[in-house]
Structure formats: C-alpha cells, structure tokens
Design a protein around this ligand. Structure first.
Ligand code: HEM
Length: 392
C-alpha cells in the first residue's frame, strides 16, 4: 500500500537512508529525545487527568475505557511534531482517524486481506475486508492530504512550524538547485507523514494500555511503583524526565511489561539485500525475513521463568537498573525503531504521572483480564475497563 515509499516499508538503500536521516534530524530539532519536548507531552497528560477526574465523579464506581483518552494524548505528540497541530479528544474527525488506523492495521495482518501481499490484485476486490481496506486507506489519505495542502498554502520558509514545513522547504530547495530525480517530493512526504502518524500512535498507546492493565492485575507492583514515585517526586510536583534515573523500579516495571507484551511482536518484515549464509542455511537475495521479537523476549535460555511478570529481573542487588542485550522491543540494527527515544519519553511521563495521580483497579466482580492481546501488526490489549480513583 505504501508503494515502497515512506520509511517503515521502504526498501533498504540510499533513498531510505536519506529520508530517514532527514526525518530523524528534523524531529530532533523539534524536540525528539530532548527535554524541550516535555511540555508537549505533559499538555496531553493534563487533559487525561482532568477527564479521568470527571469520569470518576460521573461513573459512580463503574469502569472506564482508557483507550480513547490515551490514544488521543499520544497521537497529539507526534501530530504536534509532524503537523504542528493538536486535536481535541472530542474532535469527531480525529477520533474517527484513530479508530480507522486501528482497524486498518488489524485488517492488514489479521484477515484474508493479508493475501494481498502474495496476490496484489486481490486489493481491488469489490467486497468484504478488501473493500473496507480501500475505504480506510482512502479516508486516512484524504485527511492527511488536506493537512499537507494547507501547509503548502500557508508555508513561510523563514518560520517552519513542523516536519511537514521542513520537508516542503527541503523539497523546494532541491528543486531550485535543479536536482534531477530527487526523492523529496510531495508524494513521498505523504507516505512519511502516514508512517509517522501510525507508527507514533498505535505502538505507544498500546504500551501505556498494557502497563496499566498489568498494574490492575498486579496491585502489589502498582503499590511499589507508587511508593517509589511518592518518595522521589512526592504527590504534588509533576514528574519530569529528569526524575528518570531516580525511579529504577518504575523503569524496570515499564521494561518488564514491554518484555512480556512486545507490542510489535514480529517487528516489520525485512528483506535479504544479498544472498547470505547463516548457520548452514542459504537465504537468497530478496527473501522476506520476519524477526520474531516475541520469541526473544520469552526465550527460557535467556530469561529465568520467562512467562512470569517480575520487574525485579531488570534490577541488580542494589536496586539499580540493568540493561539486557536480549531486551529488544524496538528491534535492533539499522532498521531499529526511529521513534525509540520519543516512545521512551512518552512511556515514562505517562506512567509516572498517571500512577502518581490515580489508583487503578478492576471493577468489582469482573473476571481476570485477558493478557493474551489482539494481534494486528501491533499486539494490543483486548479492550478493558478500570476504576480510577484520585490519590489526593
Ligand atoms: C513503545 C513504542 C514503540 C515501539 C515498541 C516501537 C517498535 C518498533 C519496531 C519493533 C520497529 C521495527 C524494527 C525492525 O524492523 O527491526 C519499529 C520501526 C519504526 N518505528 Fe517504532 N516503535 C514505537 C514507537 C514509535 C514512535 C513514537 C515512532 C515515531 C517517530 C516510531 C517510528 C518508527 C519508524 C519510522 C520505524 C521504521 C524504521 C525504519 O524502517 O527505518 N516508533 N518500531
């Protein structure tokens, strides 16, 4: 569907390298991996907190679904960076886009539409999931193209607002320098924006939802995380990225949930760019290779009791955080996740701020939650409700 353009599904080579380098450098300029992005993340968190307070008052002890609020706050961070825009959590069109994105990923991987990878003509079938997929793609395309067109019309090269502006400026510079065959085109920009919008929303949202689900399933661990936050940050100061080094148990808990849940369990399909010999196997050039991150995270030769939730495995005897080579939720190598630093910032701030402010628990008389998840390129938790009470 992305016509080998963008970043995520672009083939390895000079065009991918140039585009990834440009986008990564530009996102860094706008705050990716830097303390300067903290207010942008906290802004979304403030909305979630206000809404959760309100829902707690009106729900009368019934559970609330956290997914819409969290996906909105997460998506607004990447939207600020790439589109210079935030969307209200009740914005109907934006909500529809987020829902379509989830549905699109599900159809692509977990329905007969997966066969399009082998028989591309199936894409044009006028019924069922094939038709639905084209509809989803069409709606997301129209939404993003409208925003890009608006950027083109209001572009002020002296005051770039976001990645889209920076890209348009680079594109115009290459055109006026007469660069033949430059890959910087508006068409390419569209696929890049689509990639970043999707990769930057679904993955982090699901990670936060998994962490909160594990917290309600393991209230003793939730207690421990909250005790650490209370001790280091207190109840009133908003947690900051500068607290990261002082909250090892909280970090270990985030990592342990990421280890067990692996939100991108099969990474992104790779392709052998040369014929390669590996452990006695010949992998011909062009072979699609699917990295199984899930199996690495559950490998009993690497992890003691791999199916058990145990944040302490990421701590040494003095309670300091341990880095483990086989912990690879963002993949490894040249195609490693481009948003790793951004995702880590978001996960840390969201988890610490939410657990500082609220106690999360399962509603009375509900069966134990399903920890298997729902697979659709990313592994999402099955939808769940929780009771949220302010900690005061
Ligand atoms: C917890 C959140 C996230 C997880 C677990 C995650 C995980 C991954 C994984 C496993 C890959 C594939 C690596 C491979 O194929 O070997 C990937 C690729 C990618 N991710 Fe993320 N990701 C997250 C958040 C983000 C965010 C916030 C962004 C936004 C900038 C992003 C942008 C990308 C891009 C552009 C690629 C493709 C890189 C390339 O092919 O060169 N990701 N991610």
């Amino acid at each position: 569907m992305t016509k080998r353009k963008g970043i995520v599904f672009a083939p390895y080579g000079p065009v991918w390298r140039k585009q990834r380098k440009f986008c990564h450098a530009t996102l860094r300029n706008f705050g990716l991996g830097r303390l300067s992005l903290e207010p942008c993340i906290l802004q979304g968190l403030a909305t979630i907190k206000t809404e959760l307070q309100r829902l707690n008052e009106v729900s009368g002890g019934a559970g609330v679904d956290l997914a819409p609020l969290i996906s909105n706050a997460v998506s607004n961070v990447i939207c600020s960076l790439i589109l210079g825009q935030r969307f209200h959590h009740e914005d109907h069109e934006f909500r529809t886009m987020l829902d379509l994105m989830v549905r699109g990923l599900e159809i692509c991987i977990n329905s007969p539409a997966v066969l399009i990878n082998i028989f591309p003509l199936l894409y044009y079938l006028p019924f069922g999931v094939f038709k639905e997929l084209r509809q989803v793609e069409g709606d997301i395309t129209a939404f993003l193209k409208r925003i890009i067109a608006n950027h083109r019309e209001t572009l002020d090269p002296a005051n770039p607002r976001d990645l889209t502006d920076m890209y348009l400026i680079e594109m115009l510079a290459q055109q006026s320098a007469g660069e033949e065959g430059s890959s910087f085109t508006e068409d390419y920009l569209f696929y890049i924006i689509g990639d970043l919008f999707i990769a930057g929303t679904d993955t982090t949202t699901n990670s936060v939802l998994w962490i909160l689900l594990y917290m309600v399933s393991h209230p003793d661990i939730q207690d421990e995380v909250q005790a650490e936050i209370d001790k280091v940050v207190g109840r009133h100061r908003v947690p900051s990225l500068t607290d990261k080094g002082s909250l090892p148990f909280t970090e270990a808990t985030i990592m342990e949930v990421q280890r067990l849940t692996v939100v991108v369990p099969l990474a992104i399909p790779h392709m052998a760019s040369e014929t390669t010999e590996f452990r006695g196997y010949t992998i011909p050039k062009g072979t699609v290779v699917v990295p199984n991150l899930w199996s690495v995270h559950r490998d009993p030769t690497v992890w003691d009791d791999p199916d058990t939730f145990n944040p302490a495995r990421f701590l040494d005897d003095e309670g300091k955080l341990l880095r483990k080579e086989c912990f690879i939720p963002f993949g490894i190598g040249r195609r490693v996740c481009m948003g790793e630093q951004l995702a880590k910032m978001e996960l840390f701030l969201m988890v610490t701020s939410l657990l500082q402010a609220f106690r999360f628990r399962l509603p009375e008389r509900t069966p134990p939650p399903n920890l298997q998840g729902r697979f659709g390129l990313t592994l999402a938790p099955c939808s769940y409700s929780v009771c949220v009470s302010p900690r005061g």
